[in-house]
Each structure stands twice: as structure tokens, then as C-alpha cells.
Design a protein around this ligand. Structure first.
Ligand code: RIB
Ligand code: CA
Length: 318
């Protein structure tokens, strides 16, 4: 089977780290590069984190291009209270040997998509600023984008940064509206879906027991990541939101959803950042988004995820 070429736009974040490692370990995907954005942490931190993650995986040749250091119109909203001071707390990370690649993330996205012989899939795991800028800079990229798969939004589950808004969309709602309005096939992996896909309880111990550096790092990150969410929601384990999004690309058979019109509130006093999902198609607007609202086998999802993580060569093996 030909590999699916992907670019991962990301703001690591522990769940981003799992998503990146999963994508690098999955034989079905060809990761053309990572592009970083200000989100969970500032741009310098998310970029350094992305380099540390690819080198941990033994895939240091995968280029990381730094992108936007702020949303299109609004102020950045880092969340160290969720992800820790580094953004990928939970592990004693080795310094990155290599810095980011030359060239802005937006230029890398435009250049790579236009040049690739097959349509490229964009996996978007943070605020969608870079993607919106790339579409504005060169609208022709839409002709060679197979699909945009983004983690973000919430409708039946509401929000996680306000009653109405999920973090990635709230940070840059204007960018999300541009992406959803671009006429490109889009799959949304919102809280409606990720909250139905929590990791197994004590998964961190299971990962650590594998003993490799990659798996011990994943176990440590899982342990750190779930403490905030479990305290907030009173749960025993949390979903790795961004990794679930990569899982939805790899294994769509594990998920449920509906093609329907989706738009983003950008001006509401109480609802800015809300993904407005026309689930019953009452607006008569075009279906612009496959909105995933569930996962019917979380155990299988995380089993497959672990299998992919175990494929990674590990530091220095690239
Ligand atoms: O709401 C969850 C999303 O916000 C995830 O992408 C997480 O990494 C944060 O960016
Ligand atoms: Ca993220």
C-alpha cells in the first residue's frame, strides 16, 4: 500500500508528542515534516519540543519548521498549568541536537504541498494559524490537499477552556473559520470524540514496563498529562486528544461521525471559539466537515497506538 504523505502542525504538548510518535511509528504514513505553532506553549518552546520528540523517536531527519508565534488576531494563551513548564513535562528530556529547519512553517507547507506528487494530508493538532496563513498565502494548495484532520472543537461535549469553546479553536477562532471555509475535505476530531476515547487506566505503568527510552518517556508524559484532567473531570484516565486524531486518520473504522455543516463563532460574548455544528442540517449550508462524535473501541485504539509506538527505532538509530 502506498504511504499517506502527511504534514503535522503541532504545539507540543504531551498529547501532541504521542500523536507525533504514533505518526512516526505508523507504517501507513510518510511524515514529510512537522510545523510548529504557538499554542500550549510559546513558539520557541513548542519548536524545541518538536525537535526533542523526533530525536527521541530516532527520526531526527524529519524537519521541524517553526511557524506563527501568535494567533491571527488574538493574544497567545499558553497553558503551563495543563502541560507543565516545558509543555512536555513528565520526562527528563535530552536536549535537541538539532534546531528547527530553515524556512517558515507556512512556506514549508506551501512548498511541500505544491511539489508533492500525491495529495498531502494535513494533521492539525493546535491552533490552526499556520494552516490559515498557508491557505491565504497560496490558495492553490487546496488542489493538492487530500484532507485536513484536526483535533479541536466540541459540540455535544461543550468546551474545555470555556463552557462553549475547546482550546485549539478558542485560541484562534478566525483561523479555524478560514480552514473550515476553504472547501477542502475536513475531518474534525472534537472533544465529542476524544472524551469517548480515554486511555486505559494506569496505561502509563503499562508503557513504562516496556523499558525502552521511548516507552518510559511516554509513560512519564501520560502520568503527568492525566493528573490535570482527572482532577478537573473527576475521571480515572484521560484521552490523548491529539493522538486520537491521528488514530482517526489511521483507523477510521474505530470511530463514528457525520458529514454536516460546521462553522465557528468569532464574536460571541459568551461563545467565542464555539464550533457550531449543524448536526440536524437546519441551516441548509453545505456539509463542510466530517464531525466525529464517538469511538466505539477505545481499548483497541490504544492497543494499536502502543503497537505503533513500539515500532519506533529510538534515539540514535536514524
Ligand atoms: O483541547 C485539547 C487540545 O488543546 C490538544 O491539542 C492539546 O494539545 C491542546 O493543544
Ligand atoms: Ca495540541
Amino acid at each position: 500500500m502506498p504511504k499517506t504523505p502527511v504534514i503535522i502542525d503541532t504545539d507540543p504538548g504531551q498529547d501532541d508528542a504521542f500523536a507525533i510518535l504514533l505518526a512516526l511509528g505508523a507504517p501507513e504514513l510518510e511524515v514529510l515534516g512537522l510545523t510548529t505553532v504557538a499554542g500550549n506553549m510559546g513558539l520557541a518552546q513548542t519548536t524545541d519540543n518538536a525537535r526533542r520528540i523526533v530525536e527521541l523517536a530516532g527520526r531526527g531527519a524529519v524537519p521541524v519548521h517553526a511557524g506563527s508565534d501568535r494567533p491571527l488576531l488574538r493574544a497567545p494563551r499558553p497553558v503551563p498549568e495543563i502541560h507543565g513548564e516545558t509543555g512536555i513535562d513528565g520526562w527528563d528530556w535530552a536536549l535537541a541536537k538539532q534546531g528547527p529547519a530553515e524556512g517558515h512553517a507556512v512556506d514549508f507547507i506551501v512548498r511541500s504541498v505544491l511539489a508533492h506528487p500525491a495529495p498531502v494530508t494535513l494533521i492539525v493538532l493546535g491552533p490552526q494559524t499556520n494552516i490559515a496563513l498557508a491557505l491565504r498565502r497560496e490558495p492553490r494548495i487546496a488542489d493538492n490537499i487530500a484532507r485536513i484532520v484536526f483535533m479541536g472543537g466540541g459540540y455535544f461535549e461543550g468546551g474545555n477552556m470555556s463552557p462553549a469553546a475547546e482550546y485549539n479553536i478558542l485560541v484562534d477562532p478566525e483561523a479555524a473559520r478560514i480552514v473550515l471555509g476553504a472547501g477542502i475535505p475536513v475531518t474534525a476530531v472534537p472533544l465529542d470524540c476524544t472524551h469517548a476515547a480515554p486511555a486505559p487506566v494506569n496505561w502509563s505503568a503499562e508503557l513504562e514496563a516496556e523499558g525502552t527510552e521511548v516507552m518510559r518517556a511516554c509513560g512519564g508524559m501520560m502520568r503527568f498529562f492525566e493528573r490535570y484532567g482527572n482532577a478537573k473531570y473527576g475521571t480515572q484516565s484521560r484521552p490523548l486528544h491529539d493522538a486520537v486524531a491521528v488514530g482517526a486518520l489511521l483507523w477510521p473504522e474505530l470511530f463514528t461521525g457525520r458529514l454536516c455543516p460546521v462553522d465557528v463563532e468569532c464574536a460571541g460574548e459568551l461563545t467565542t471559539g464555539m464550533t457550531v455544528v449543524d448536526w440536524l442540517r437546519q441551516t441548509g449550508k453545505p456539509d463542510n466537515c466530517l464531525w466525529l462524535n464517538g469511538c466505539h473501541d477505545p481499548a483497541e485504539l490504544y492497543r494499536r497506538m502502543k503497537t505503533a509506538l513500539m515500532q519506533l527505532p529510538g534515539r540514535g538509530r536514524d
